[in-house]
Design a protein around this ligand. Sequence first.
Ligand code: NAP
Length: 312
Amino acid sequence: MSKPKVLQVGPLTDRFQHNLADRYDVTPLWQQPDPKTFLKMHGAQFELVATSARFGCSAEQLAALPNLKAISSFGVGYDSIAVDVARDRGIGISTTPDVLNDCVADLAMGLMIDTSRKLAASERFLRAGGWLNGNFPLARRVSGKRLGIVGLGRIGQAVVKRSSGFDMDVRYHNRSPVKDSPYTYEASLVELARWADFLVLTCPGGAATHHIVNAEVLAALGPTGIVVNVARGSVIDEQALVTALQNGTLGGAGLDVFEAEPKVPEALFALDNVMLLPHVGSATEETRLQMEELVLANLQAFVERGELLTPL
Ligand code: NAP
């Protein structure tokens, strides 16, 4: 029996490539000399797409895939997929939720602790020989502080669970309150920022959350406040963030995501009150393996039963 055809938009690990090719007749779109022309000529062959939060599937690509039935994406963000277009056409979309909650939440805690206690900055100080000339300046406490979560979903709740070990007081902002949540809902993001010591972003990216953390929100968080972003770079107005950090009107920032990845504003490199990570929220051996397996399991379920295991 011939293998089902899969169009793969962008590369993943060698292991994933191998496992996908074992079960499917895979066309790697990124390896075509001219992917756009390739899609125009051959797009009608494909009913299945494998992609990732990074490479997505655009409206233009969907238009060239008239027979597409399902998209199985690696990662939980879907801002790079033309979801509305896909939904209108009845195309199923799956992501890899839940399996990455723990690692992304662990990283958010790491960013909170680092930016507040200045772990990386004090290590830079030690390595540069600064300790020989005096002590590192005092940092700020993490335990017992106020934690404002923007997006109390799967990852946001995993951050809250971890924060209980730090005796933190929690409030959150979503578009609407979470039913039966014991935490105080704050309808205004500015008010949440005014109340919080840490503002941790765990909401989706995309048009609806574009720059919701703007100059006004950062000013409300204030000179001792810290913003941690493990959501998407687009959620923060990056220029306003740089200005607030440079002027000291914001205390610090722990950032795993940026507006124009892999480009990071150079102005941030000069600041000691930031920790900058190259989008590694889910990047552990264990979690990435589970994410790969879930992409494959979604494809398999769709081929065998016409349904996705973790539909959007
Ligand atoms: P989720 O379970 O869907 O939670 C998202 C939360 O955001 C929900 O509580 C939702 O509540 C809230 N929200 C949605 N739109 C909003 C808006 N316009 N304003 C305010 N709140 C809004 O998603 P998740 O699995 O926790 O993942 C969250 C995001 O994390 C992903 O979309 C992805 O971008 C990011 N992520 C990053 C990494 C990384 O490597 N750094 C890894 C995985 C995921 P309402 O619907 O009530 O508004």
